[in-house]
Write a protein that binds this ligand. Structure first.
Ligand code: ZN
Length: 417
């Protein structure tokens, strides 16, 4: 039950009803395709003529297409419908601390065109590079089909004004990327925090969606572990944002002191300082230092060439998957702290699932049991626990997140974008 908010309530005008029915029919086509008009009418209890009218509009807008006939149940064979994936193109801009990725995709999230460049710490330069790249992709793609640009950012975002309030990695404040992009392209631009965007992608394109036919997953928390730790909360099938979009900053919850790395906010007691990629790197370097001191003693200071490899989470995961013990230990210790923070989220929210995304998921086979064990031990007995799963969106869920900011709008009703 939800109390009606009289400030925001949209009364049930005929147009509101039409919009909701249109989204319901579109979602039936998306989830049950191929499907006939008669089957949609049966499943939704909408009039057959209403369904036909809506389908005509959806075909006219290029979202749905006919694909031949299905099995007859006596009379004429029904015409089947499916999503017209190539009817819409979305642009996704994923600004990560080191690399910026810009892609276009169809309505199913299949990537069509992809560009990458190193993220600059100069906000003005970044604005320019993003605009230039999008314009170039537009020239090469079909501009008429472009529905909008989604931008995913590693920081605090005011989604209503499409403005980045604060990006801690570069110290950017009030970066008006949404306005600049819109002025340059005249396209709809939606900007959000990377973890919120990834959670939205998980809801519409990931595990939550894949399992929709069995049991719709409407309450879960997405935890992104890459250089930092970010969380996006999905509550009742939509992103929970809180006041000015600042909800979900669990990376800064205090879980101890004297962490191996500093948090992006500068403190050493935040969850991020214990459980992020940076924390894993710090642990690994410390372990190798200890080992080197021992081996120097044994073999008269022969230097190890591995020292010149620039240390990154990606590198540690590669080493761990190759069986290097220091790397495995560093990742498992990081997973233990990840598990401690997750236990706090479970105790507070009791979500159906915690979904973990980001670079760390590539090491899932090495960290899963450590994670489960920590969570089982620290969630109080008798309280319901939640399922912990790796994201199905690959190791760049924030990129799919950027696309989802545009694509999900095609399917969600206006109250649950
Ligand atoms: Zn912090």
């Amino acid at each position: 039950m939800r109390r009606i908010d009289l400030e925001k309530a949209e009364t049930a005008r005929a147009s509101t009803m039409r919009d909701i029915n249109r989204k319901i029919v579109l979602n039936y086509v998306r989830d049950r395709q191929p499907i006939s008009r008669a089957d949609i009418a049966r499943a939704t209890a909408l009039q057959r003529s209403t369904v036909s009218t809506i389908v005509e509009h959806l075909r006219h807008d290029g979202l749905v297409e006919e694909i031949g006939s299905g099995e007859s149940s006596g009379g004429r064979r029904p015409t089947l419908l499916q999503l017209r994936a190539e009817g819409v193109l979305a642009v996704g801009v994923d600004v990560a601390p080191t690399l910026t990725t810009i892609v276009t995709s169809d309505l199913n999230g299949q990537i069509r065109d992809r560009r990458e460049f190193p993220t600059s710490s100069n906000a003005e330069k970044m604005t320019e590079s993003i605009i230039e790249t999008v314009k170039d992709m537009r020239r090469r793609g079909d501009a008429r089909r472009m529905a909008g640009i989604g931008v995913s950012l590693p920081g605090l975002v005011d989604a209503a004004s499409s403005e980045a309030l604060y990006i801690p990695y570069f110290g950017w404040r009030n970066w008006k990327i949404g306005k600049h992009l819109h002025d340059a392209t005249n396209l709809r631009v939606v900007v959000d925090n990377d973890a919120n965007a990834a959670a939205l992608a998980e809801l519409w394109f990931g595990i939550a969606h894949a399992e929709a036919e069995r049991d719709v997953m409407r309450d879960f928390i997405m935890v992104i572990v890459a250089e930092g730790v970010g969380t996006g909360i999905v509550f009742d099938g939509q992103i929970y944002r809180g006041e000015r979009g600042a909800a979900g900053e669990f990376g800064h919850m205090v879980i101890g002191s004297g962490a191996p790395s500093t948090c992006s906010c500068g403190n050493r007691d935040c969850w991020e300082a214990f459980a992020s990629g940076r924390a894993a790197v710090a642990r690994y370097e410390k372990l190798r230092e200890g080992k080197q001191r021992r081996s120097v003693k044994q073999s008269d200071n022969k230097n190890n060439n591995g020292d010149e490899v620039e240390m990154s989470l990606t590198h540690i995961i590669d080493c761990a998957l190759d069986g290097e013990q220091s790397a495995i230990t560093a990742l498992q210790e990081t997973a233990r702290y990840l598990g401690i923070g997750i236990s706090n989220l479970i105790v507070g929210f009791s979500p159906e699932s915690i979904i973990i995304g980001g670079a760390l998921t590539r090491a899932w086979s090495l960290i899963e049991s450590q994670l489960q064990e920590t969570v089982e031990r620290s969630v109080r007995r008798g309280l319901p626990s939640s399922r912990i799963a790796a994201s199905s969106l690959g190791d760049q869920p924030t990129l799919m997140g950027a696309l989802s900011l545009i694509l999900a709008r095609k399917f969600a009703t206006s109250t649950a974008a």
